[in-house]
Design a protein around this ligand. Structure first.
Ligand code: DGJ
Length: 742
């Protein structure tokens, strides 16, 4: 792994064993991209990859007889107004109204390791040997401003991370009206674009479409979160690429606020991918001496299909984005009372539910919404972070002690960024809402957004929640956030700073997370936003797991978890077994399938176990035993493989294989049952071809070699599916390496 600079040819080669990114300093001082893709051997001169030629209507940006034109050139950080008519990576409005900028190379620095980003989450290294970083400094002499483009290449992964920074030195003010984290160019357009799109309760469905000339973009403008509608991720894959073979380029933005991710294809078949904070509503004034730092983009190259890309994201995010005590640990099996009680509970009811949970082997009890202020429904109470003594006479301190005395850990739900108008917090601080003067204050779920762009608001919330956390015994926090932003306006910001509000809001959220995770390093944080509207790498830096979706139906969850796994590690997916009929879909799925899906995540329950039959309770006990035995493999150690896609047919299949290929767990799920069905085989992935495995499922046992299991597969036994109820039935397989009999 290294960053090489060839002085004679002014070429940078950012590379490791898997990937190469080759840049060079052009005649006009800007940085050109010569190549990005599978690793190629280094050499001094790649200048033949610069494509140039006189064309009609071409704007030339160097003195004659030069013919360099930005119109047809692959650039590292393109701007508008110098002859390039595609979308720019940055717009800087100057005091005279001009938005022309011209950043030219001045210097660069290459150093081992990776620097943290100020105030922003980012992937990190634990030792300098893990990565090398290149920072290229460019300068615009008219406004006296530096642009720093930063690249880090990891030794062990096909990963390059990028970000950009502005340092303004000049005396005049400048205004950033858009600044992307990275822009990446490809010389052709023979790609499909892959994105994760959805909505509440059907988050992160995989959508794939052919790249066409023009702009295809996804965006999040929810203000408070990356959103359930679009995830801050996109990939370009070759049309023939499958889960297992072919090339993919992934782009993931480590950010939780408004974002733009787009691919623009020029009429010369060149593709430009850009990603960063969405320019809508963003306007950032910089005075002399001030800086602006963009979030980071994590770029993954795979020539092993979509599974290859996902496995890289999974390993990197699990070990170099997640942090703290829980990063390398299997997660506790929890029971959450939300779908068991909603707001209707008191201490007695909670203890009754917790007692049963303890009996079956649950390790952590989580008290969800409704424990504070006058929170008896969702019209009131948010903002008042003190206990409701009518429901819990001994407070959270008393309840948490009683739960711990049962032998369970205790966890608590909060929604720190929000306020109901019916709350003491609002009555005392009506000006703390994000809302615009003289405009109707739009509401969602009867609540409003607190202005986290203001330090005093964040401080107040920090103090009130810290008090609860200190006086009680709390091992886990579910940090919820249940609405998008409207009327984005900060009551105390100057008119010229209103365009900072939404980004500063997210920085405020990150700051509160930082302070709470530093002060309570043992607490396991789970992020949540009306289910999965905040499933992004930004939040993963602070909270190592996220509630994947409010949709807990065993069938629907297959799609949601399959899509989420495109980028995010299995251990980050909050996944629970809930009651039937399901509360979102009114569908009944077998208890075994609900567990077989939830195993591929953090695993827990979201129901009152007292309402289950004796037989079901026995099944639950077995499920918990299974998960305790396999969670280290599934959550920490294994590689996840998608096998059959719920977006393509009736069936879903996936599996996890240990790094040493000695152990695996796989699952097959069907949606509707089929009569007189065709034959179908479960073909495993990622095994050692020559290894003999013992495969167990239901009452069956088979000994077979890795290559048999992967290429011939095991026939799906329709009788087993019928016995399990047919529709939404599933099969769970365990595989253990065994010695051959001599
Ligand atoms: C939305 C979350 O997704 C649910 O799990 C639950 O915590 C509710 N909020 C509580 O209001």
């Amino acid at each position: 792994m290294s960053v090489i600079f060839h002085k004679n040819t002014q070429t940078f080669h950012i590379c490791n064993a898997y990937v190469s990114d080759i840049l060079c300093i052009m005649q006009n001082g800007q940085i050109e991209n010569l190549y990005y893709g599978k690793a190629i051997r280094d050499k001094e001169d790649f200048s033949y990859l610069h494509e140039e030629g006189m064309r009609s209507q071409m704007s030339v940006c160097v003195p004659e007889p030069g013919i360099l034109s930005m119109q047809y050139t692959k650039q590292e950080y393109p701007v508008y107004g110098k002859g390039d008519y595609r979308s720019p990576a940055m717009t800087i409005r100057q005091e005279n109204g001009s938005e022309i900028v011209d950043f030219k190379y001045v210097s660069h620095e290459i150093f081992p390791g990776k620097k943290p980003l100020k105030g922003l989450p980012a992937v990190y290294t634990e030792s300098e040997e893990e990565a090398d970083t290149l920072e290229i400094r460019l300068h615009d002499s008219v406004i006296d401003t530096d642009l720093i483009l930063s690249y880090t290449v990891f030794r062990d992964y096909p990963v390059i991370t990028r970000n950009a920074r502005i340092e303004h030195k000049g005396n005049s003010k400048i205004r950033l009206e858009g600044m992307m984290s990275a822009s990446v160019e490809f010389p052709d357009m023979d790609y499909e674009i892959v994105q994760l799109s959805g909505a509440w309760s059907r988050e992160r469905y995989i959508k794939t479409r052919k790249l066409e000339m023009g702009i295809q973009a996804i965006q999040g403008l929810a203000g408070t979160c990356s959103s359930a509608e679009q995830n801050p991720f996109l990939a370009l894959k070759r049309p023939g690429t499958t889960e297992d073979i072919g090339e993919v380029y992934g782009f993931s933005l480590v950010y939780s606020g408004n974002f733009l991710a787009q691919a623009e294809v020029s009429t010369f078949d060149m593709t430009r991918v850009m990603m960063g904070i969405h320019p809508q509503g963003f306007s950032w004034e910089l005075n002399s001496g001030e800086e602006f730092q963009t979030p980071e983009v994590v770029m993954v190259y795979s020539d092993r299909g979509l599974n290859g890309m996902s496995q890289t994201y999974h390993r990197l995010f699990r070990t170099r984005l997640m942090r703290g005590k829980w990063r390398d640990q299997a997660r506790p099996i929890l029971l959450n009372n939300w779908e068991a009680t909603y707001f209707d509970f008191d201490e007695e009811k909670i203890l009754h539910i917790a007692k049963k949970a303890k009996e079956v082997g649950v390790e952590l009890f989580v008290l969800d919404d409704g424990w504070f202020g006058t929170r008896n429904d969702d019209y009131q109470g948010l903002g008042d972070w003190f206990v409701n003594r009518n429901k819990l006479p001994d407070g959270i301190a008393g309840l948490s002690r009683k739960i711990e005395d049962m032998g369970l850990k205790f966890g608590l739900w909060v929604e720190l960024e929000m306020v109901n108008k019916n709350s003491d917090c609002y009555r005392e601080h009506p000006d703390w809402l994000i809302s615009a003067p003289d405009r109707f204050e739009s509401h969602a779920r009867h609540q409003h957004v607190l202005d986290f762009s203001r330090q005093e608001v964040v401080d107040y919330i920090y103090d009130s929640i810290t008090k609860i956390l200190e006086e009680s015994s709390i091992s886990y926090i579910k940090w919820d956030m249940n609405r998008y932003m409207t009327e984005p306006f900060s009551r105390t910001a100057k008119p010229e700073d209103q365009g900072k509000t939404m980004h500063k809001y997210i920085l405020g959220v990150y700051d509160l997370y930082r302070r709470l995770t530093e002060r309570f390093p043992d607490i396991l944080f789970e992020s949540c936003a009306s289910g999965g509207a905040r499933f992004d790498p930004g939040l993963m830096y602070y909270a190592p797991q996220t509630w994947t979706s409010d949709d807990t139906d065993g069938g629907e969850r297959q799609k949601i978890q399959y899509g989420t796994s495109l980028v995010y590690p299995i251990v980050s997916m909050g996944s629970h077994v809930s009651a039937v009929p399901n509360h979102q879909l009114y569908r009944k799925t077998p208890l075994s399938t609900r567990a077989n899906v939830a195993y591929f995540g953090t695993f827990g329950y979201e129901l009152d176990l007292n309402l289950l039959s004796e037989e079901e309770i026995e099944e639950v006990k077995e499920q918990i035993c299974f998960m305790k035995n396999y969670r280290h493999l599934i959550q920490v150690e294994g590689d996840f493989y998608r096998i059959m896609s719920p977006f393509e047919g009736n069936d879903t299949a996936w599996m996890v294989v240990s790094r040493d290929k000695k152990q695996a767990v796989a699952a097959f799920y069907q949606r509707l049952n089929k009569v007189n069905a065709s034959w179908l085989r479960m073909k495993f992935r990622g095994l050692d071809e020559e290894q003999l495995y013992e495969v167990k499922w239901d009452e069956q046992v088979l000994r077979a070699y890795g290559n048999e299991l992967m290429y011939a597969g095991i026939p799906i036994d329709r009788e087993i599916l019928n016995k399990k109820g047919g529709d939404f039935a599933s099969v769970l397989y365990t595989l253990e390496a065994v010695q051959e009999l001599s």
